[in-house]
Design a protein around this ligand. Structure first.
Ligand SMILES: [Zn+2]
Length: 163
């Protein structure tokens, strides 16, 4: 058992790391169960994009309000309708941005840790399991490597977290 670490056949998996999706062999490979198990975590959705949309919509509402000031009544009425619509867009996008921002606050560090661990993770074809060097816990092929690493990162990050 002493040498069990040495007997592992280390195969490091990489999946579309550069964002280039292969259309031929890469695609078929990406659909295998093993590849699904070893796939990297899907990154947290951006909170900046909806924040930009919310800011833009709010800015347009302001422009409309300023533009409608002193205009003919029909122009004010149509500006009100369009402004209300933009207000709803700003509100929804703002809430989405806030929700995502809070997820980044809560899980961002664990995600980053899990992504770094995923980069280091090894896979052994004989054991059909993966592991992170320096961590004896094996991760079976029936588990999603990315999620296991995320859960571990979350757990190890909890004691230090102050809320
Ligand atoms: Zn092995």
């Amino acid at each position: 058992m002493y040498d069990s670490g040495r007997s592992h056949i280390s195969v490091t998996m990489r999946h579309n790391v550069g964002g280039v999706r292969g259309r031929s062999s890469g695609q078929a490979y990406a659909e295998s169960a093993l590849s699904v198990a070893l796939a990297p975590l899907v990154p947290l959705p951006s909170w900046r994009r909806p924040a930009v949309v919310a800011g833009g919509a709010a800015g347009l509402v302001l422009c409309l309000a300023v533009g409608a000031l002193g205009g003919p009544p029909e122009a004010v009425e149509s500006a009100k309708g369009f402004g209300a619509l933009l207000g709803v867009v700003a509100l929804v996008a703002g809430l989405l941005a806030l929700f995502r921002w809070r997820r980044h606050q809560e899980f961002g560090a664990a995600y980053a840790t899990a992504a770094a661990l995923w980069q280091e993770a090894m896979y052994c074809t004989e054991c059909a399991a993966s592991w992170v060097p320096g961590d004896r816990r094996m991760i079976g092929q029936d588990q999603r490597l990315g999620w296991v690493l995320f859960r571990r990162a979350k757990q190890s990050g909890q004691p230090q977290r102050t809320r």
